[in-house]
Design a binder for this molecule. Structure first.
Ligand SMILES: [Fe+2]
Ligand SMILES: [Fe+2]
Length: 217
């Protein structure tokens, strides 16, 4: 065989990967899982994870539809929140947080802020994670009192380092994004940002735990 007939390592790798991405495991109980099975499952899981941005963008669009009495639906509200943050010069991570802050509304209708924070947790700073997780409590300043709740409930965090950032998110972007006459940028504008941010986790799980505990990482 001449060297010209020898498959290049790159082609061989590509072939092997293609095989793994179409292969299936043999086991029917996890106790019977083998090393070969694990190779297949790892390759397919890596591929599945790489499509997370697409799934997130598709899910965001579930917010289109019934505006539930507001002048804009949740999808337009999301675009408008992100557009306002972008036009205000916020960085890409912050803008994507603004875009996705209500993505949990469809499935976590009683705790949507936590769901957005959870989805984005591996990709964003602990500060932005905290802001997302608490944004509904902070937004409640504008309406909790209409249903007998304490509009100042957020003030239990008055001394927290992220109080100001989270209150500002609600005042400037989230709270302001209910205007049907605002010229929001289309989803296509934000799509590359979502792909870039969700391309790979920013922190390892261990680093994230340390960051959440206030350690500098
Ligand atoms: Fe929200
Ligand atoms: Fe919102």
């Amino acid at each position: 065989m001449s060297t010209l007939d020898t498959p290049s390592p790159i082609a061989a790798d590509a072939q092997a990967l293609e095989h793994l991405l179409t292969a299936e495991v043999q086991f029917r109980h996890m106790r019977d899982r083998t090393q070969a099975d694990s190779h297949i499952l790892t390759a397919r899981r890596v591929h599945y994870k790489s499509e997370l941005p697409k799934r997130v963008l598709a899910h965001l669009q579930l917010l289109r539809g019934d505006a539930e009495g507001y002048l804009v639906d949740r999808f337009e509200h999301s675009l408008q929140t992100a557009t306002r943050a972008h036009r205000d010069g916020r960085d890409e991570e912050y803008v994507v947080c603004a875009l996705l802050h209500d993505i949990g509304d469809s499935l976590a209708s009683y705790n949507h802020a936590e769901l957005a924070a959870t989805i984005l947790k591996p990709f964003i700073s602990p500060a932005n994670h905290w802001m997302l997780a608490k944004h509904n409590l902070f937004q409640g300043y504008y309406f909790f009192h209409f249903s007998g709740r304490d509009r100042h409930a957020r003030d239990k965090y008055l001394d927290h380092a992220l109080y100001q950032q989270t209150a500002e998110f609600c005042e400037l972007y989230d709270g302001a994004a209910f205007d049907p006459d605002y010229d929001s940028l289309p989803l296509e504008f934000f799509e590359p940002m979502v792909h870039r941010l969700l391309e790979k986790p920013r922190y390892s799980p261990q680093e994230l735990v340390r960051a959440m505990q206030g350690e500098k990482i």
